[in-house]
Ligand binder design. Structure first.
Ligand SMILES: NC(=O)c1ccc[n+]([C@@H]2O[C@H](COP(=O)([O-])OP(=O)(O)OC[C@H]3O[C@@H](n4cnc5c(N)ncnc54)[C@H](OP(=O)(O)O)[C@@H]3O)[C@@H](O)[C@H]2O)c1
Length: 379
């Protein structure tokens, strides 16, 4: 072997050993960093977050007293577009904007109900109301109604993405899974399409987007798994969008508990994916949780949106459930298991949530009388 070949071999071995030592040190260092983070980060975060959490709670407590005195956007001469305005929360949001003197664009599929809401909104003080029958799950219809709104009024100030549907059923009981895509098409895509076409107009007016999500986007809720997933997507999307649009356009996310509406009357997609009104399944899902009046909920949403608040949680005590979900999910899982989970082979209608509701006659004092009827608006 030539001497230069020997030198080359030695050099390669040295380089190889050097690399090996570097990689070894590097991976040891990486492991050490991970071990240190595992050891010190959780207690550090716990300590600092318990301190900041107490500050946040104190701030929110003081803020709740100051809120009524804070400046609120004057809606006179401004335009609000509300999807899902033919019934329930959307209908009452329309009335709240009307009382503030805003012009309205109302969207939903049931035309006659929409016109009835428009008529009442004018009586309450809205100078002009445009009722546009449309399906928010169809992208071209969303483009059309946003254009119609801007052509008619020349501006858009508030966009309320409220249209939605629900399904009350255990996932295992679903027999027509292919029929459940409307949950995402309406709840998620319906809001996204509308938002996408409205953003250029909202930027011109430094407007606001109000996304009506649901606390079930955060809280574990059996029988609402697909609905909850669609609302989790809504929350996640608008939290990111808020960062992209601020400060030009503000985003308010409503994460509601149970509210008086056609949904809480029991209108939902059944286990075959067909729209039905079934109050027994409603009782299983809502059970002993009190339902808030729709007027109070809509008033809070519109006032908080006009103040540019980031979240609306109604009824307010739901904040505690959300806090428990994040701080101690096991506690909530235990309560949910107790209330909802039935023995294998037993129908969900045997859930303790419904049994306790029936035993204490809870519907009389936990539910508004309007949702005891299974009659919903027909078109
Ligand atoms: N009620 C509650 O307890 C509760 C709790 C948390 C969150 N929410 C959310 O609040 C929103 C409003 O629901 P609600 O409780 O007021 O129930 P609701 O009375 O059933 O109202 C739903 C509204 O959405 C409209 N809608 C449904 N599908 C549509 C589509 N494809 N295109 C256009 N509009 C459509 C309905 O009108 P048409 O049928 O005429 O189209 C109706 O106006 C929903 O997003 C819901 O998820 C409700």
């Amino acid at each position: 072997m030539e001497s230069y070949e020997v030198d080359y071999c030695c050099f390669s071995v040295v380089v190889y050993v050097f690399n090996f030592v570097i990689v070894l040190c590097y991976s040891r260092a990486m492991n050490l960093i991970h071990k240190l983070m595992h050891l010190f980060l959780p207690p550090l975060i716990l300590l600092t977050s318990s301190f900041t959490l107490s500050l946040v709670i104190l701030f929110n407590f003081i803020y709740s007293f100051l809120r009524p005195a804070l400046p609120i956007e004057n809606m006179t001469g401004k335009v609000a577009l509300i999807t899902g305005a033919s019934s329930g929360i959307g209908e009452h949001i329309a009335y709240e904007y009307a009382k503030k003197g805003a012009s309205l664009v109302l969207v939903a599929r049931r035309e006659n109900s929409l016109r009835e809401v428009a008529r009442k909104a004018v009586q309450l003080g809205s100078p002009d109301v445009l009722a546009v029958p449309a399906d928010v799950s169809k992208v071209h219809e969303c483009k059309k109604f946003v254009e119609e709104a801007v052509n008619h009024f020349g501006r858009l100030d508030h966009l309320v993405c409220n249209a939605g549907i629900i399904s009350f059923c255990a996932f295992e009981d679903i027999t027509g899974i292919g029929n459940f895509t409307p949950l995402m098409d309406i709840n998620f895509w319906g809001s996204i399409y509308t938002t996408s076409f409205a953003i250029p107009h909202l930027k011109k007016t430094k407007g606001k987007i109000i996304a009506n999500a649901s606390s079930s986007g955060w809280l574990i809720s059996p029988t609402l798994s697909l609905y909850g997933a669609s609302k989790a997507a809504v929350i996640n999307f608008y939290e990111r969008l808020r960062k992209e649009l601020e400060p030009d356009v503000k985003v308010t996310i409503a994460a509601l508990g149970f509210i008086e509406s056609e949904m809480s009357q029991g209108k939902h997609l059944d286990n075959e994916g067909v729209v039905k009104v079934n109050q027994e399944m409603r009782d299983v899902s809502i059970g002993i949780l009190p339902i808030l009046s729709v007027g109070k909920c809509a008033e809070s949403i519109v006032n908080k949106a006009c103040r540019g608040e980031r979240y609306v949680i109604e009824p307010p005590w739901f904040k505690v459930l959300i806090l428990i979900q994040f701080l101690c999910p096991t506690l909530l899982e235990w309560a949910v298991h107790f209330l909802y989970v039935t023995k294998s082979g037993t129908p969900v209608t045997n859930a303790r949530n419904k049994k306790i509701l029936d035993a204490i006659g809870g519907k009389k004092f936990l539910y508004p009388s309007s949702i005891l009827s299974s009659q919903i608006k027909k078109d």
